[in-house]
Design a protein around this ligand. Structure first.
Ligand code: G3H
Ligand code: 13P
Ligand code: ZN
Length: 327
């Protein structure tokens, strides 16, 4: 058992207080490997942005849970050595059970998500509350979810959005004691978020629901999952170098900017990082067919991810330069 404090991590409390006050969203970036973690540390360090490093169940299965914990710990040390003053949260993304949340808390995570969005309302409350009780005794933050995003989540598959019912949020938050709430307003996971032919046909998110939730919860951190923008530049590069991603569309960045002004305090981005990596690796290997050292193609992919993170923090989330207010 290890406390996140021994690892040099922080929980989300102060981060969200400042985000709500200063109207920006903290990025939730997912990792599965070393290069993604390095890119997040450098990208957020250089843009002076707080960051939530997210580990999904899939990531734990892929990279080994113990390995990931030490990797995160290494990230904290690396940030210090590079002279970054970087508030860093280690977060379980889409935890499906109390047991998994507990295991992560015992392993040094400073925040966990219990995703009971697929459960009946009362059952979601019951398990979320149990996670909150265990987490809060250890000063760990808890994200919960109400409403189901369309698409496939690790253990949740839905063909349609079940938008969050604003009438439920006050009761849910007060009875569970959760620290932040993920809501469903039209975002979804992955690279195919809309069944449209062209970018111009992408519909608006349900800002009416967001505003209603915000009004009811007041200054309470709201989270948006499934918020990659599926940038055309990287989709085109993938397709130009042998890939095949058809009709891949994400959430336009101006809609995310708007969401930050309406009280969204955390925005989750995974797919955009995956696209950057795949695009750069495909391009590199095509242009350098004689190369076989992973550092040669992973290096440029990591560098491009750093650039993407810096730009998102600055131009979309508004988190760049905010780290100094969080200590
Ligand atoms: O919400 C889903 C995240 O993008 C994690 O994806 O389950 O494939 O690791 P994953
Ligand atoms: P994207 O698939 O849109 O990147 O969403 C990631 C996410 O919500 C992680 O929890
Ligand atoms: Zn998610």
């Amino acid at each position: 058992m290890v406390s996140f404090k021994e690892l040099g991590l922080v929980n989300t409390k102060k981060m969200f207080e400042v985000a709500l006050e200063r109207k920006f969203a903290v990025p939730g970036y997912n990792i599965n490997n070393l290069e993604q973690l390095q890119a997040i540390i450098i990208g957020c360090g250089e843009s002076e942005s707080p960051v939530i490093i997210q580990i999904s169940q899939g990531a734990r299965a892929y990279a080994n849970q113990t390995m990931l914990r030490y990797l995160a710990q290494g990230g904290v040390r690396m940030a210090m050595e590079l002279g970054y003053s970087l508030p860093l949260v280690l977060h379980l993304d889409h935890g499906s059970s109390f047991e998994l949340c507990k295991a992560c808390i015992d392993d040094g995570f400073s925040s966990v998500m219990f995703d009971g969005s697929h459960l009946e309302y009362e059952e979601n409350i019951e398990v979320t509350k149990k996670v909150v009780e265990y987490a809060h005794e250890r000063d760990v933050s808890v994200e919960a979810e109400l409403g189901v995003l369309a698409g496939i989540e690790e253990h949740v598959k839905s063909d349609v959005h079940h938008y969050t019912e604003p009438g439920q949020v006050e009761d849910f938050v007060s009875r569970t004691g959760c620290d932040s709430l993920a809501i469903s307003i039209g975002t979804s996971h992955g690279a195919y978020k809309f069944k449209v032919e062209k970018e111009e046909d992408i519909p608006e998110l349900r800002f009416d629901i967001l505003q209603d939730v915000r009004k009811r919860l007041g200054k309470f951190p709201i989270v948006l999952h499934g918020s990659s923008s599926v940038l055309k530049k990287y989709v085109d590069t993938i397709n130009n170098f042998g890939g095949s991603l058809q009709k891949a569309f994400g959430i336009p960045e101006e809609q995310l900017r708007k969401a930050t002004q309406y009280g969204v305090s955390k925005i989750n981005i995974d797919t955009d990082g995956r696209l950057v990596f795949t695009a750069m690796i495909r391009k590199y290997l095509y242009e350098h067919p004689e190369h076989f050292d992973p550092r040669q193609y992973l290096g440029p992919a990591r560098q491009e991810l750093i650039e993407m993170i810096k730009r998102k923090n600055k131009e979309v989330l508004g988190s760049a330069g905010q780290a100094i207010y969080i200590k």
